[in-house]
Design a protein around this ligand. Sequence first.
Ligand code: PLP
Ligand code: COI
Length: 339
Amino acid sequence: MKDIDWSNLSFGYMRTDYNVRCYYRDGKWGELELCSEETLNIHMAATCLHYGQEAFEGLKAYRGKDGKIRVFRPEANAERLQSTCEGILMPELPTEKFCEAVKKVVKANERFIPPYESGASLYIRPLLIGVGAQVGVHPASEYLFVIFVTPVGPYFKGGFATNPYVIIREFDRAAPLGTGRYKVGGNYAASLRANKMAHDAGYASEFYLDAKEKKYIDECGAANFFGIKDNTYVTPLSSSILPSITNRSLMQLAEDMGLKVERRPIAEEELETFEEAGACGTAAVISPIERIDDLENHKSYVISKDGQPGPWCEKLYHKLRAIQYGDEADPYGWVTVID
Ligand code: PLP
Ligand code: COI
């Protein structure tokens, strides 16, 4: 691919050669189909269009120094998609089928996997939608699973560089007993105004508190939050945040590095006690946090005094990337090599 400027990719959509599709009809999943068409032809009464019967996932493939292609923890994404399906009454796609689809779509678009040196990756976007026609509020009887890929660069400005975030109280992303723990499109629709407010005011992303009490930390836009202090990695325990696979991996790596790991509610005031903090996710990787502003309370929690990523963020970031790109051993079998 001579004409792609791999080192300057943004986090955006680019057409690739193929996507993979699979229909659920008559109570069973069909075969995986390789497709070069970018559009879907669906019924106007499909439940995904009206009642938000839509789930998606996000994972990445990386080209190693050794030329091999690695995908990070696809089984975990398959399991989270199954949990989302349970949450909004869609049929679960078996892990094996999910992983087979990931392999198929990555292989078919191999020429779009950014080279190792670029630091970019291939973003893999699976989605599952209700396509059966329905006017009453009920789950569909037919579903379509699609998986496409697109080469991407950093999600937050500057890649591994600190950014400011802002607490938004005007809008909630998800309720405590709502769909926040599932990866459904509706959560992202609910986040659009908060996200725009934050961007318009010059912030990297919006920062959510729990919707009920507005007291505890939930998430940083489309990424989980973690803070580090006193040799402890602390991340929120909340029923309204997405269980991030990146965060789960970082908790393990932090423990391996000798940090204590705590998953518990984090009150807003505790922000001022962290020595380091970051937003983490597949797209974000680790985006170190410079400060978090609470405009209504005229407070600014400055986390990075010198504007630089802290040493633990740096170590965790490099360790995670080294496993993902195959530069270091993969002791937990997180990586699937595609050949
Ligand atoms: N939180 C939200 C709301 C997200 O959309 C994402 C992205 O998937 C994450 C957190 C990070 O999750 P993961 O690390 O599994 O990508
Ligand atoms: C991800 O990190 O995979 C995300 O889904 C973030 C965002 C693009 C929704």
